[in-house]
Design a protein. Sequence first.
Length: 225
Amino acid sequence: MGMTRRTLLGTGVALAAARVEAAAPGPDAGAPADAPLCTDRMPVIPVERQTELQRKASAEFLAGRGTPVFGPFVPLLRSPEVMLRAKALGDYLRFSSSLPPKLNELAILLTARHWSQGYEWAIHQPLALKAGLGAEVIAAVAVGRRPSTLDQGEQVVHDFISELLGHQGVSDASYQAAVRRFGEQGTIDLVSVSGYYTFLAMVLHVARTPPPRGAPSLEPFVCAG
């Protein structure tokens, strides 16, 4: 089942797909040239301004991930307990999921496209390529088109996530295909990874966290009229 315009944004507004480029270096990478620049509402909190709980959470994040707080975890640090619990769920979904990495990344990219979330796309487009997802599949997802070269597993993920995001549920056919392919655990992992990156997309959009400079960009869909 292909992604329709309504599926992609779930707003019922007539939309037109904008051209997407594989990479767009520059200070506003990920945004069209004529788009207004948005200020990061929740930037990194300097250590001297962090509360004791924020400092402890930052240290725990660094110890667990081997890197300082970054990306969506920067705004989430405003609520340290939420940040740490989000990290714990992300640790499983990123590194221990029962889904093959390629299919996990496909679900993430479909979710990022649905939310037009540039930071998620910038981080996970290269990871999807590294995991073995075809460049032609990624290019089609980027513009909201059903890829024509999906293998069986990719097709199951594409249809399941497209229906879930676009229609707030899945058909019996898509559900049964997922359970046959991944089992019940894998099906829950598939739902969970899309739900998790939906949560992060909402945080990133509210915080207006910018994508890394020079990273692969994702252009938003634009309103027609």
